[in-house]
Write a protein that binds this ligand. Structure first.
Ligand code: GUN
Length: 288
C-alpha cells in the first residue's frame, strides 16, 4: 500500500539539491550567486532558530547570506533606512524581515518598505494583491510550499472542498488564496467561526495552523480527508515538537497527511530559496 504520509523533508531536499546545481552553473558562468538579506529585531528564541535554518540552507546551495540584528526598542525608521539601502544593493535579490516583530513595531510599515521585487516572503501588499488577482509573483513561502507538496503527490485540487483553520497573514490568508487559485472551494475559519465542526466534516482537504496541539481529531473529519498540519508546538516537559493535529487518531481516516516534524516546515525554507532564485533570475532578465 502507498504511504499516506507526505514526505516534505524528502521533497524539500530534492528542491534544494536542484537549486544547488543551478547556483553552481550560475557561478561557473562567472556571475555572482543569488543573495538573501535577513533582518531581525529583538530576541525571540524561535526566530533565532528559523534564521539559523535559513542560513544553513542558503550556505548549502551557495547563496550570499547576511543577517542584520537590531535590539528591541530600535527606532523603526532606522530599520526602514537599512531596508532602503538593501533595496538598491546589487548583492541582494531578497530581503526578509523575520516575524514576529516586537509589539511596538507596525509590521506592515516595515514590509511595505521592502521593494516588491525583493520581497521573497511574498508579504508585500503588491505580491499579495497579485495572488488575489490570479497573477502570482513572489508567493508566501509556507502556502507555496504546501501547494508544491500537493502537486508532487499528484493530488488534483480542482473542485475540492477545503477548509483553512487559522487566518494569519503568514499562513491562513495566503493559503486560502493559493487553494482558490488551484480551483478549490475554500473556507477560511478563525476564532469567531461558529460552526467549525460542520466545515471540517465536509472538507476534502484541511490546512491547519493555529498553534494548538492535538486540536484536530478523527471524530470530526470524514474518511479520505487530506490533512496539512502547519502547527509547530512544543509540549511542556517534552522536547519533541508536535503539530495541531492528533496524528495517530486521524491517521486511519486520512488519504494523505503531513507529519510534524518533516512535513510543511522544510518546504517553507525550500520555497524561500526558490523565491530568492526567482527574484535573482527576474532581475537579470531586466538587466540583460
Ligand atoms: N515567522 C514565521 N514564519 C515566517 C515566515 O515565513 N517569514 C518570516 N519573515 N517570518 C516568519
Amino acid at each position: 500500500m502507498l504511504s499516506k504520509i507526505i514526505d516534505g523533508k524528502k521533497i524539500a531536499k530534492n528542491i534544494i539539491h536542484n537549486i544547488k546545481n543551478k547556483v553552481h552553473n550560475i557561478i561557473k558562468k562567472g556571475h555572482r550567486p543569488p543573495g538573501l538579506a535577513v533582518i531581525w529585531v529583538g530576541k525571540n528564541k524561535s526566530s533565532q532558530l528559523y534564521i539559523q535554518k535559513k542560513q544553513i540552507a542558503c550556505n548549502k546551495v551557495g547563496y550570499i547570506f547576511k543577517t542584520w540584528h537590531f535590539q528591541e526598542g530600535t527606532d523603526i525608521f532606522k530599520i526602514i533606512k537599512l531596508i532602503k539601502i538593501l533595496n538598491k544593493d546589487k548583492n541582494y535579490d531578497g530581503i526578509l524581515i523575520q516575524l514576529p516583530l516586537p509589539k511596538y513595531i507596525e509590521a506592515n510599515q516595515i514590509i511595505e518598505s521592502i521593494h516588491p521585487k525583493k520581497d521573497v516572503d511574498g508579504f508585500h501588499p503588491y505580491n499579495i494583491g497579485c495572488l488575489v488577482q490570479k497573477i502570482p509573483k513572489l508567493r508566501p513561502c509556507t502556502p507555496k510550499g504546501i501547494i508544491t507538496l500537493l502537486e508532487k503527490y499528484n493530488i488534483n485540487l480542482k473542485g475540492l472542498n477545503t477548509t483553512v483553520i487559522g487566518a494569519s497573514n503568514i499562513v491562513g490568508r495566503p493559503m486560502a488564496l493559493e487553494l482558490l487559485l488551484s480551483g478549490c472551494t475554500t473556507t477560511i475559519t478563525h476564532r469567531f467561526t461558529k460552526n467549525l465542526k460542520e466545515h471540517i466534516k465536509k472538507s476534502d482537504l484541511i490546512v491547519i495552523g493555529i498553534g494548538k496541539p492535538n486540536f484536530l481529531h478523527q471524530k470530526n473529519i470524514k474518511n479520505g480527508t487530506i490533512i496539512i498540519d502547519v502547527g509547530i508546538n512544543t509540549l511542556p516537559n517534552e522536547k519533541k515538537i508536535v503539530g495541531d493535529v492528533d496524528f495517530y487518531s486521524v491517521y486511519p481516516k486520512v488519504s494523505y497527511i503531513t507529519p510534524v516534524p518533516g512535513g510543511v516546515g522544510p518546504m517553507t525554507v525550500a520555497s524561500l530559496l526558490e523565491n530568492t532564485l526567482e527574484a535573482y533570475e527576474k532581475k537579470h532578465q531586466y538587466e540583460d
